[in-house]
Design a binder for this molecule. Sequence first.
Ligand code: SF4
Ligand code: SF4
Length: 329
Amino acid sequence: MEDDRPEMTTPSCTLFNIQRFSTEDGPGIRTTLFFKGCPLTCTWCHNPEGIDAEPQVLWQRAICMACGDCAATCERGAIRIGEDGVRIDRAVCRACGRCVDACPTGALERVGKEYDADALIVEVLKDRTFYETSGGGVTLSGGEPLMQHAFLTAFLPRCQDEDLHVALDTSGFARGDWLEAVLPLVDLVLFDLKLIRPEDHERLTGVPLDKVLGNLDRVVAAGLPVWVRTPVIPGCTDDEENLRGIAEHLRTRVGTLERYDLLAFSNLCTSKYEMLGRSFDLAAEPLLAPATMERLAGVVRDEGIEMVRWSGPTRASAKDEEVGDITLA
Ligand code: SF4
Ligand code: SF4
């Protein structure tokens, strides 16, 4: 299949965030670049503002005074003020940002900013001293950064020229040739592997597992170190059989595995869904208990993956949880 998107002569990217001083996205202190656009449809998505490839406007109920200035400013008639607050018709909105400028309280925010390679390298070099003292660097995250592969192949040589350590954080779902064009330009891959049963993967992420596993093979064949990550989502990815299956795949197929991370479910993204005018199916789902995460890490360890670790927000008390055969420290 050919890429039918028009070729850009000066590729630029669209980011929805630049997070400085990140310590969760690879070794050392890092600057994480969040690329906008993702082909997956995971119900637990923690960055819903990263799903749509185009810029969007967020609305914050708590600081809106329902003055109507935004609706009066929008030439497209995309905003209505109702009993439920501001409603943005996203099929009509073009994210021009006029309403954002007109809002007197800052309740509207435009997410999605374009950078070319010159501008972005200036941004990431601002924290060079921290990378050098901590063994850190730059992480490409999202969204799915490989969706903006044309930009990456222009930007990453600039990072190499500056001797920056680069980590690619990917869902693994992208064209193989896009991934292969980027792999020689990165030092580490953070690879999401959420579900190991093909039918579950397709049902819960919207994309087929075989393409993801094929790309994991490509990363290993390139000889790159890989940190695999599994979000532990209640009722979706947290059954022991799933984690055993993933662990077996890692043990038998991923020879360059350096680390395996279980990431505890977080509902801190609920407000972002509301700001986008969307509902979050897992909003009422409680956080997991530390004992649950310990138990699941133990399951993985029993399958021979000793380097497993877990992180993320958890409930303060584990009193009501089954601890299994793992003793809490
Ligand atoms: S961003 Fe522009 S098009 Fe969208 S609602 Fe605001 S003023 Fe209207
Ligand atoms: S302009 Fe701002 S404060 Fe006024 S209704 Fe729109 S979002 Fe709310």
